[in-house]
Design a protein around this ligand. Structure first.
Ligand SMILES: Nc1ncnc2c1ncn2[C@@H]1O[C@H](COP(=O)(O)OP(=O)(O)OP(=O)(O)O)[C@@H](O)[C@H]1O
Ligand SMILES: [Mg+2]
Length: 303
């Protein structure tokens, strides 16, 4: 059993139905930061977004193209397992990231995931399965595969697509920690509560009877009146017994350096953040580690 972070392969899902809030940036930064801790932790990022941004970032263009060409991506895995009924092993899709290849691993996605997700829904609905059952089939399949994968890693992170996809729902059901990156502005907050409510009761853990509270992470935070006011409101909403989400203490500033790095999809080196960015993500990773150790499931007093 790996000892790096003492996280016992906790499963972390980074999700928000709002696009562009920093899900991928946070998934990759967390994966790299956790993998970088003492160089002992092993981290697997599973890309469930057809945009494949995290895959590009971690694999690099040439490696990702090779993975897509040889069908070693998550969409081919899903199609093989569910549509073609083949014996599958998700482990075979794991590849080392370009940087930190001893600690950091990725199961890449491809743009074809968009088509495969729809294909699965059509395939299963022809067999009289409704959407909930489609999510269930996908999450049961992933759960089975994670049972073998989780012994090899300290943390497994899902990066998910914006909107509400069947695969996002499947990942949410399996995760110990739900991270919801959110920009503290009016537009980003519009759907936050609805999203947190929709995920708080879904879990594959049949023994779980308690409501799970997602963890909101403020990203792209500016020192403007609007952002600071929204942050105060969010923190107020995240306190007290009746709360519907928790909030990380760490706030990720809006930073041109983070933006530059996140836009450099074929980067070669390790983190590449400046000292401030690295310190912020280290602080966030520390909080995630703490939550994962507490077993992640926050029980609302009113649940
Ligand atoms: N803290 C930050 N400061 C400045 N820019 C940021 C920050 N975090 C993310 N960005 C930028 O915001 C954009 C969106 O980020 P990212 O792709 O991580 O969001 P996302 O939620 O994964 O998007 P999508 O919904 O399309 O998957 C990117 O250009 C990224 O560089
Ligand atoms: Mg993304």
């Amino acid at each position: 059993m790996p000892s790096g972070l003492n996280m016992a392969a906790k499963i972390i899902c980074v999700a928000n139905m709002k696009g562009g809030v920093g899900k991928t940036t946070m998934s990759v930064a967390l994966a790299q930061t956790l993998a970088g801790v003492g160089k002992r932790a092993k981290v697997l990022l599973i890309d469930l977004d057809a945009q494949a941004n995290a895959s590009f970032w971690l694999c690099g263009y040439a490696n990702l193209t090779a993975a897509i060409d040889s069908g070693r991506t998550v969409d081919c895995f899903l199609e093989d397992a569910i549509v073609f009924g083949k014996e599958v092993n998700l482990k075979e899709r794991v590849r080392p990231a370009k940087a930190m290849a001893e600690q950091l691993f990725v199961i890449p996605s491809s743009p074809n995931l968009r088509i495969v997700e729809r294909e699965l829904i059509v395939f299963l609905s022809r067999r009289h399965r409704n959407l909930l059952e489609v999510e269930r089939v996908a999450s049961d399949l992933l759960e089975q595969q994670l049972d073998t994968l989780r012994n090899d890693y300290d943390a497994i992170i899902f990066d998910t697509a914006p909107g509400i996809s069947a695969m996002t729902e499947a990942a949410l059901r399996l995760s110990n920690v739900l991270i919801v990156p959110t920009v503290p502005d009016y537009v980003s907050n519009l759907g936050l509560l609805a999203f947190c409510r929709s995920v708080s009761w879904s879990s594959n853990d049949r023994a779980a009877t308690a409501k799970r509270l997602p963890w909101v992470a403020a990203n792209k935070v500016k020192q403007t009146k609007h952002h600071q006011q929204m942050l105060r409101q969010m923190r107020e909403a995240a306190s007290g017994d009746g709360r519907e989400f928790n909030m990380f203490r760490t706030e990720i500033p809006s930073s041109s350096r983070i933006d530059e790095i996140a836009s450099d999809l074929d980067m070669d080196g390790e983190l590449g953040f400046d000292a401030e960015g690295a310190a912020v993500f280290a602080e966030l990773a520390r909080e995630v580690g703490e939550i994962a150790e507490r077993d992640a499931v926050s029980v609302a007093a009113t649940a």
